[in-house]
Design a protein around this ligand. Structure first.
Ligand code: F1X
Length: 396
């Protein structure tokens, strides 16, 4: 893939999943088998689908990469994406590439793209629906009443924080998250002041939000979007979602509609008002929901196609939610943690803000004292979801 910009060629090693005991290895050998079983327990897939899913599990942990069948609508695109990888063991592909392909093959195995009864049925819908309908969401929506009357800046901080920590509510992450139940919330890099200053400086511009997970992450994202529109920080918000189910929880248009409806029909006034405003914003174009095939591509955002780059260009800021988007933004590499965030994001066509709980090995933008403190904690701080960052690369 030709390099789009003249930024320095990254030298940090690309993360792969062939190191036994590594986080990436554990995702394939521990997380995916549990995830697959939950998917098969949650929907009455038939024998052929179940057999295909089990074959995928075996192939992805012991065998080589096989391309999609020619009948797949995106077969040619994946052939191109994998031109140097087909026939190699899954572990020798970049972790980002391999896991993205795992989710594409899971959709293939359950018939998501094939004409027939299961066409378009989201295999993760039972998990998403249960989370959205759950009592935790009732409590979170009710809490919105407490924000009424807060000064704009204080309200913005509260909504930014809820959007940030909403990223912990990630169903694939929770499959192997520790049973310790502790919900430590350690913000280890905090550019929130810069975030708010940048939005103020560009007040009235277009803000892009690259969504991550549905449910308890998308709801606070939508409330934050309503805030940006209502107080005029953004004249328009473009919310990018996935074109198909992905990484268990990732939000699709259907999930946006379900979340807006969950807000609109909430029994509490503040949530209902936000839901109604979001509905109106979608109908009058202040809030635009979009997608693009590249949001399910196995590549870093550095390699985004020109048409998507053009879409982003001119936005005042792009807010990228979650761990996977972070990995794609900075590059899924073992960067030295003190690598400046701005050094890894210069390729992006707009100023960026990353709101991410740490759930994988990629880290940039930390000071050495923070790294030393976290390392001395002798915990899996890079992947346990207890720590988060708000990192901003401002002017372009
Ligand atoms: O993007 P999200 O939802 O915040 O996290 C995605 C994730 O759960 O999947 C990958 C491993 O399976 C990791 O990047 C991360 O843990």
């Amino acid at each position: 893939m030709p390099r789009e910009t003249s930024d320095p060629v990254p030298t940090a090693p690309v993360i792969r999943s062939d190191v036994p005991g590594s986080f990436a290895w554990g995702v394939f050998h521990e997380r995916h088998p549990k995830l697959v079983q939950q998917v098969l327990d949650a929907l009455p897939y038939g024998p052929a689908q179940r057999a295909a899913v089990q074959r995928l599990l075996v192939e992805s942990t012991t065998d080589v990469l096989e391309p999609l069948g020619e009948d797949a609508p995106d077969a040619a695109q994946w052939l191109e994406w994998g031109e140097d990888l087909w026939g190699k063991p899954w572990g020798e592909a970049p972790f980002l590439w391999a896991e993205s392909y795992f989710y594409r093959r899971l959709l293939d195995a359950v018939g998501y793209f094939r004409p027939g009864a299961w066409h378009g049925v989201d295999p993760f819908a039972p998990f998403k629906n249960a989370e959205l309908a759950g009592p935790a969401v009732d409590d979170e929506l009710a809490a919105l009443n407490e924000l009424d009357g807060l000064p704009e800046a204080r309200r913005a901080q509260a909504l930014l924080s809820s959007a940030l920590w909403g990223n912990r509510a990630d169903l694939s992450f929770r499959i192997t998250a520790g049973a310790d139940g502790q919900t430590a919330s350690d913000l280890v890099a905090d550019d929130s002041t810069t975030f708010c200053a940048e939005l103020e400086r560009t007040r009235g511009g277009r803000v892009c939000v690259v969504a991550d997970n549905a449910g308890r992450e998308l709801l606070p994202d939508l409330v934050l979007i309503d805030h940006l529109l209502t107080c005029g920080l953004a004249a328009q918000v473009v919310l990018y979602v996935k074109p198909q189910p992905y990484y268990v929880s990732d939000a699709t248009t259907a999930d946006v509609l379900a979340s807006v409806e969950r807000l609109r029909t909430a029994p509490t006034r503040a949530a209902g008002t936000v839901g109604e405003r979001l509905w109106q914003a979608m109908t009058n174009g202040a809030l635009v929901v979009r997608t693009h095939p590249f949001f399910c591509a196995p590549l870093p955002f550095h390699d985004m196609p020109a048409d998507l780059r053009t879409e982003f260009t001119g936005a005042a800021m792009t807010i990228l939610k979650g761990d996977l988007n972070y990995r794609r933004l900075v590059g899924d590499r073992l960067h030295p943690p003190t690598t400046p965030f701005t050094e890894t994001t210069g390729h992006f066509p707009t100023p960026v803000a990353a709101l991410r709980t740490l759930k994988s090995d990629v880290i940039v933008g930390f000071d050495s004292e923070t790294v030393a403190r976290l390392d001395s904690s002798e915990t899996a701080w890079r992947t346990n979801g207890h720590h988060a960052v708000i990192q901003v690369a401002a002017r372009h």
